[in-house]
Design a protein around this ligand. Structure first.
Ligand code: N7H
Length: 495
């Protein structure tokens, strides 16, 4: 059984949010801060509370047709230096070999590997000064801001606020700034996510594979990576993912990234490139993402948007990629195929462990629970190409291994033009053409490319690789945090 009352609410389900204030702080007065933190604990929203609120919101919707109840949430996380302060030992992690090395090193230490340019990062994220973050959520900005202010006031000068920014759902609710519906696909959590078809033990919503909870919270069984010789499937139950320290039970690592989206640059690129390729610009953008703006997946709707499908949660995830071996429906490099290739690796050649079911078993060890929110103004007359206001996504994701989950997806998949492995086609002169970079989040520290922007009907008639000279998404801050259990905020070495 998952201890829902002990796990912070943003991790497995997500706090209810149309607004979110991110308060990054440094601890100045450690003993007093610890006392204040324990006093604030009743305000920390658990997963159980999130579930109760889902019910309340559902009831309110049914009764009066509006769902914006004044329900405010708060979660808290600490960086490695922050935990070191609470533990009274900056090197406490040396005692735990399984503590995630990237968490220990901090996001900036990983920047070069991930191809982040830290020269454009917000300063507090570059100098190791951030100890923790409060994630404060609510139905509207004013109330959420007031709730955040009240929490900060409680802390009573025991901290310095180093960075504070809010996110907000866009007028086109649920859509990110490029215009696509986000939050369509999340890994289901075995033992928590409702199975829509009670006879299907392996899926939540249709197509939503259930993942063992140890992938996202410490203290539960995890997924099993494949071994040569086979026998491991995506359903195989793994060992308990043990917390590196006992007080890390029911906790999770959180990756935060402030990702600026150059919306005009993206639109301009798509228009210009579509004209060159003599194709519809909406289709080109959809082929870069892997879904249409409505959320409809290209795998099910390859030629035009299908808003009914996009909005239908019983259908909009019900697909695999293996039925599309020539990337005619969805390019291998499309954002959703790169970041969650589903069964694509089942036929990866040359890697025996990945043969057959092993391929998908390996993919399921790389899943993320995403919980981001857009930030910044809508595009307006104040924006010009090359000089855009700052807007984008406050990206947040949860996992029990930053190295094997977030960083692996970003570095070994999105940034890696050879992934999806083995998915090559013969190019001019017999040279293999690889899938290319994830055109949305892939980073190369220079020009990128993506194969097959045009749907390939009839097969092979329109092979094309698209050059992408610029980035549309730029990381401007990042941090790695640990989100402790509610019990760890009440007793133990942190308090
Ligand atoms: Fe992505 N976008 O607008 O193009 N993402 N993403 N993402 N993303 C997804 O399925 C977007 C980012 C994943 O299960 C959708 O929910 C933007 C990072 C994963 O099929 C859209 C940014 C990472 C999935 C976007 C951004 C990921 C996913 C489709 C940054 C991890 C689920 C809607 C500004 C390294 C794939 C949906 C699946 C989906 C966009 C960032 C990962 C529209 C704008 C940094 C795993």
């Amino acid at each position: 059984n998952i201890d829902l009352g002990d796990i912070q609410g943003d991790i497995l389900i997500g706090l209810q949010k149309d607004a979110q204030v991110f308060v990054f702080f440094k601890i100045d007065d450690i003993p007093t801060f610890k006392k204040k933190l324990t006093a604030l604990r009743p305000l920390i929203t658990s997963t159980k509370t999130v579930i109760d609120r889902e019910r309340q919101i559902g009831d309110a919707k049914a009764a009066s047709n509006h769902s914006r109840l004044p329900l405010f949430g708060c979660n808290v996380g600490f960086t490695y230096p922050g935990l070191g302060k609470l533990m009274g030992n900056p090197n406490f992690g040396d005692a735990a070999p399984t503590l995630d090395p990237s968490f220990k090193g901090g996001a900036k230490a990983s920047a070069a590997t991930l191809k982040d340019d830290t020269s454009v990062w917000k300063v507090p994220f570059t100098n190791g000064s951030i100890d923790g973050v409060f994630l404060v959520t609510g139905p509207g900005l004013a109330g959420t801001r007031a709730h955040a202010d009240a929490i900060i006031a409680e802390l009573d000068d025991t901290v310095t606020i180093l960075y504070d920014e809010h996110g907000q759902t866009r007028p086109q609710r649920g859509h990110e700034h490029f215009g696509f519906l986000d939050g369509v696909s999340q890994p289901g959590v075995r033992g928590l996510t409702k199975r829509e078809n009670p006879l299907d033990k392996e899926q939540g919503l249709p197509g939503q594979d259930l993942i063992h909870p140890g992938e996202f919270v410490f203290g539960y069984p995890g997924q099993v990576p494949p071994v040569a010789g086979g026998g491991i499937t995506k359903e195989t139950i793994g060992d308990i993912v043990a917390p590196p320290f006992p007080w890390m039970l029911n906790g999770s690592y959180m990756v935060f990234r402030r990702l600026e989206q150059k919306v005009l640059t993206f639109r301009d690129f798509v228009e210009t490139e579509a004209a060159t390729l003599q194709m519809d610009s909406g289709m080109l953008a959809a082929r870069m993402v892997g879904r249409w703006p409505s959320g409809a997946p290209l795998s099910l709707a390859p030629l035009q948007d299908d808003p009914a499908l996009g909005g239908d949660k019983m259908a909009n995830n019900d697909f695999e990629f293996e039925q599309d071996p020539f990337q005619r429906r969805c390019p291998y490099a499309a954002h959703i195929r790169k970041t969650y290739p589903r069964d694509d690796l089942n036929d990866a050649p040359g890697i025996p462990a990945l043969a057959g079911e092993g391929g998908e078993a390996s993919v399921q060890t790389r899943r993320l629970r995403r919980a981001g929110i857009p930030f910044g103004p809508e595009v307006s007359d104040d924006d010009t190409l090359g000089a855009e206001q700052s807007r984008g996504l406050m990206f947040v994701c949860y996992q029990t291994s930053i190295v094997e989950q977030f960083e692996f997806v970003q570095q070994s998949w999105a940034n890696n033009p050879d992934f999806v492995f083995g998915k090559v086609r013969p190019g001019p002169g017999g040279v293999a053409v690889h899938p290319g970079h994830d055109p949305i989040i892939g980073q190369a520290g220079g020009p990128r490319h993506m194969d097959e922007p045009i749907p390939n009907y009839p097969i092979g008639s329109k092979h094309k690789t698209m050059d992408i000279p610029q980035q549309f998404i730029i990381s401007t801050a990042a941090g790695y945090f640990f989100m402790p259990s509610l019990n760890a905020l009440l007793s133990g070495p942190l308090v």
